[in-house]
Design a protein around this ligand. Structure first.
Ligand SMILES: [Zn+2]
Length: 134
């Protein structure tokens, strides 16, 4: 590669890292859009938690799927419990408080653990900003 090629490459990498920084700055400030929070809140008002609003838009669908599956574990009108979500460097962790009034069979208990694992993996393979496979 000639000197021109090298310079072009350096320029490109400077431009790229500036672009990364802009995306990073933007993302650090943005929280989940109100309409996405509203979508989850409308579908599952009893399971919506303020921690959801601190996650980003690309994860709306995987959070929705988790809450739907968790909700389905409830018995009749009885809520299965509460969930808080935390974004960690490895992905989303769902912290679950299981409703002590409920009958927690081994099957249901394992289902929760599977859902926690699935959410964590899904968040690793889903862009948290746009929801595209990552
Ligand atoms: Zn993306």
């Amino acid at each position: 590669m000639g000197i021109e090629g090298l310079r072009a490459r350096q320029r490109l990498s400077v431009i790229r890292s500036a672009a990364d920084q802009i995306i990073y700055d933007h993302c650090e400030k943005s929280e989940m859009k109100i309409e996405n929070q509203q979508r989850i809140r409308d579908a599952y008002p009893d399971l919506f938690d303020a921690s959801i609003s601190r996650l980003h838009d690309g994860w709306t669908d995987i959070i929705m799927a988790f809450i739907r599956d968790f909700h389905d574990l409830g018995e009749g009108m009885m809520s299965p419990g509460e969930v808080r979500f935390e974004r960690e460097s490895t992905g989303i962790k769902a912290f679950v408080w299981p409703n002590p009034e409920m009958q927690w069979t081994a099957t249901k208990t394992h289902a929760v653990v599977d859902m926690q694992r699935q959410l964590h993996f899904s968040s690793q393979s889903t862009c948290e900003w746009c929801g595209a496979p990552a």
